[in-house]
Design a protein around this ligand. Sequence first.
Ligand code: HEC
Ligand code: HEC
Length: 506
Amino acid sequence: MNTTFRKHRDWPILFLAVFFSVGQITAVYSQTNVLNPNLKISSTLPPAASLLFSKDFIVSRDLNAVSQAANGKVSSKGNAKRGLDLILNKRYLPPDFDQETFDSIWMVWPDKLRRLALSASDQKRLQMAFDRYGFTPRENDPLKPLQYVVDNEGKWSMNCFACHGGRLYDNRQSFPGLPNNRIALETLYEDIRAIKRKLKKPFSGMDIGSAIIPMGTTAGTSNAVIFGVSLMAFRDSNLDLKSVVIPPYVIHHDMDAPPWWHYKRKKMIYIDGFTEKHHRGLMPFIMVKQNHGERFRGFEDDFVHIQEFILNVETPKFRGSINRSLAAKGKKIFQSNCQNCHGSYGSPSTFPEKTIELDEIETDPVRLKALSKNYRQRYGKSWLADFGKSKTVIDPVGYVAPPLDGIWASAPYFHNGSVPTLRGVIQPSQRPTVWTWEEGTMDLKRMGLKVIELPEDSPHLHPSEAAKKRLIFDTRRYGKSNQGHEFGSLLSDTQSLQLLEYLKTL
Ligand code: HEC
Ligand code: HEC
């Protein structure tokens, strides 16, 4: 059912079903070490993958950066290490499924994959499952994914890293704060529902919710914003549950999460810059029914630490070769064509945080329109925005030009993830209409995902298996346009390559 998005008013009954079916929450806090940068994950990989990993250190990064960021940095406001630990190990949402369910999930895979899984070792099977859903192993505990809290009883709950933690091209290690460009939530919950039916286990709130509200129709993107909007409809300004709920008008659409290392640069957050940076603004993700009123507000201190972690995520540096003389020429092109909106890098470093009107930027309009004035007003008057003390823009006119630090690492590009390479961002003629990509490799020429372009009438567009279809990005679909941002379209090929070289240095 969730293959196309359209505008609709959800039936109140369905909507209430999502909300009230969410299971019991158990607040379990288990202590584990933060990332261990010395762990050699490559040794646990099958030969092909370790080859990939060892062959090419171009995009490998120093994981110390993450642990340094997390290492006991305490500001007056919070402690980054504690923030990371909370995301990884504290359960804010009810469990979605248990270990037995996840271990059995391969049994509902399509025939060919299931046969492979059947004859695979446990470790290989786990890796197949991680690959299918876009999970990456934790550094010090590779049987658990970064993207889920797994408690001592083997109960799994989604955490922030489902969308905000992934891996960098050929580097097998997990990178908390990097947008997860492989997360496949729709596929995961589809499979979870199927295996639970087989095992006769009850559905969780997320199982039911995700059958009603699509979680994301293309892997690597999610409908997270609309989940937030939907949950907000049940709250009064204090975030207590309301007795009368009017179902909101929702416009489902997929978004590519932004990298967390940009957060420190911003005063206003989200692509339309609609709300001021504030730790409470990070909490909508946990606004399920069980977390209401006092209990919800009681998590505030945790989010001070979580925000501190986010503020300390370091920008990954490109380690591959950079042609300095090309880059120097590219810098000049950047200064005259891009800097006005995106700011300057190195010293001085500036970030103008400019909103560009939709008429000028012309990228996909759906996200801007999906948040109604009414929703923004309610948000601005609520506890989340400190009852108006924290600024909210009720009527944003376009999208904010984001910072470009570490931009080489966060493909695909634009807020909907529609453009797979930086070359394509610069030169609109280089943007594929229908594409899929080879995981674990980087296109160093175009800087971004290694794309396989599909013909527009390709039979691959209608693969029988839904999970496969979600790996295909079709920019002709609703909310997925790759148009607009034509600011580099007049540059020659030579100039584009110079600019591309400069972007590697940011
Ligand atoms: C299901 C996917 C998903 C999950 C889970 C999720 N987010 Fe996000 N997050 C997004 C998307 C999509 C955006 C972009 C929204 C926008 O710009 O409108 C975003 C944006 C953000 C931003 C960036 C704001 C900016 O402008 O730079 C921060 C910070 C953030 N989320 C924090 C969190 C935290 C903390 C959690 C966990 C408590 C979390 N998110 C859970 C999808 C998710
Ligand atoms: C008039 C303002 C403006 C100019 C000039 C401009 N940009 Fe942008 N740029 C934006 C906005 C706004 C976005 C966000 C668009 C979206 O996500 O829908 C963006 C997005 C991007 C992105 C994607 C960021 C991401 O995280 O997905 C890159 C890369 C980028 N611009 C590079 C450039 C380069 C290189 C130039 C110069 C050729 C340039 N831009 C010129 C406003 C501008």
